[in-house]
Design a protein. Structure first.
Lengths: 113, 112, 243
């Protein structure tokens, strides 16, 4: 159910996300000081190539990582297999990628918002 | 039948699986709220002011905890699988990383 | 032996997987008695139709493993006084394997997976060539030597929750066998092993929960052997893609 290819993808996305996660936690601790507002978040992120690349690669990696992880749980806990398991894996990956991509675009793209 | 599982590595496995599942289920909500920035900024602000509630603060703490636990648990797994170290070396390395994380985390909280 | 008046309440699994149930027997308690002694007493004096498996009685043959109070154990080397709780013991067939009858499981899936994992020795030389020397201090040989004391008792296989959730998973014993052969200088099919353990039921399904290592009666460490396979397959992953 997990072959070498999926295993490597899972580990490589994990290694990509380790420093991103530390950065994300650091930003969170910094950002929640004195409350969260949309203006504060967007003021930091919008129009920034750095945050676009940071969160863009984070979303790409987490979509693959979470899809493979949930695939394992679906197989081991619910006994899903065959085409249903394949469809679920791809479905989860695309859903997270689409929603995450939208979120990244929303907070980093339009500098004039 | 349930064989005894209350040994440290099995508990580490459960922690990793539960935290991973919880994070994966939280992600769509997280993405949806952020994408409100583009479409309905006033709704995003209403949601963000809700995060001032103590219950939301508690949930935030839980999420950061899950994220940290899943990341360090995952790094532990990769070290266990890929680094041909002896068991005491791995214990030392894990101890060093946690102490470093603790010290730098405390420092970070001091400066901001 | 003045404690013969004491009686153990022993519940034993009777029947096959689907229609079976636990039946309770009263067995005289002894100062010194193993779980296998208790099972044998039931067969000799209470119910001759009880089916179970054993051979050597000294922890070498690996045939008497059962679930004792829901833990996989070698019954010939497990003393009742170590596992008894308030005078009660529960004995069942090994987990994760189909039950033939009572305490005897069908071991075919377990041994089939040994072969699937590349566990059959492939010679690297013919009988006409000189025997290559084996240096016992060599790193790879030390890895191989660590795993060769496996007695195929399937306790690790029964303890593994990944096997329980994923029936295709080869399991700790077969993968540890693959790891010992991979490190055996006289084995001639290294690449076949790496392929055999990289498929859908291969070593990459392991979650390192370590129940195999915790329960192995011979103190072997299948979890680390599987980690070795992951390391070697990951190492060759990029090399093979390019090549």
């Amino acid at each position: 159910m997990l072959d070498l290819r999926l295993y490597m993808l899972q580990r490589i996305t994990a290694l990509i996300m380790a420093p991103l996660t530390l950065g994300h936690i650091a930003v969170m601790i910094y950002a929640v000081q004195g409350g969260l507002t949309a203006e504060e978040i967007l003021g930091r992120t919008q129009g920034s190539i750095f945050w676009f690349l940071f969160y863009g690669s984070f979303v790409l990696a987490v979509s693959l990582h979470a899809a493979i992880g949930l695939r394992v749980i679906l197989h081991e806990t619910l006994g899903l297999g065959g085409w249903a398991l394949r469809a679920a894996t791809w479905g989860i990956a695309f859903l997270l990628l689409a929603m995450g991509g939208q979120a990244v675009i929303a907070v980093t793209w339009s500098g004039g918002a | 039948m349930r064989p005894a599982r209350a040994h440290p590595l099995w508990l580490a496995f459960v922690l990793h699986r539960v935290s991973g599942l919880a994070l994966a289920l939280f992600l769509p909500l997280h993405f949806w709220v952020l994408s409100l920035a583009l479409t309905q900024p006033e709704r995003l602000n209403r949601f963000l002011s809700f995060t001032e509630q103590p219950i939301a603060k508690l949930a935030e703490f839980g999420l950061v905890f899950l994220l940290a636990v899943h990341m360090f648990g995952g790094l532990r797994l990769i070290a266990l699988e890929w680094l041909p170290w002896s068991a005491p070396q791995k214990t030392l390395a894990a101890g060093a990383v946690s102490v470093a994380a603790l010290i730098s985390g405390a420092f970070f909280l001091q400066v901001v | 032996m003045g404690r013969d008046s004491d009686v153990l309440q022993v519940s034993v699994w009777r029947g096959a997987s689907a229609q079976g149930r636990y039946r309770t027997y009263e067995v005289p308690a002894q100062e010194n008695q193993t779980v296998l002694d208790v099972v044998s007493w039931i067969q000799h004096y209470a119910d001759a139709s009880l089916t179970y498996r054993f051979a050597c009685r000294v922890g070498m043959c690996g045939s008497c493993a059962m679930m004792v109070n829901d833990q996989p154990r070698w019954t010939c080397r497990t003393h009742v006084r170590k596992v008894v709780k308030e005078g009660k013991v529960r004995i069942g067939p090994l987990r994760n394997l189909p039950v033939i009858k009572d305490l005897a499981t069908d071991m075919d899936p377990f041994f089939d997976k040994w072969v699937t994992a590349g566990g059959v020795h492939a010679p690297s030389a013919t009988r006409d060539e000189p025997i290559p020397p084996v240096n016992p201090e060599e790193t790879a040989r030390l890895e191989a030597s660590a795993g060769i004391e496996c007695i195929n008792c399937a306790i690790c296989y029964a303890a593994c929750d990944t096997v329980a959730g994923n029936p295709d998973y080869l399991g700790p014993a077969a993968l540890q066998r693959a790891w010992t052969l991979l490190n055996d200088g006289k084995h001639g099919a290294r690449d076949q092993i790496l392929d055999a353990v990289s498929g859908t039921g291969g070593c990459h399904n392991c979650h390192s929960m370590g129940s195999c290592t915790a329960f192995c009666p011979n103190d072997l460490d299948p979890m680390s052997a599987i980690a070795g396979l992951k390391r070697e397959t990951a190492r060759t992953f990029f090399r093979r893609r390019r090549g």
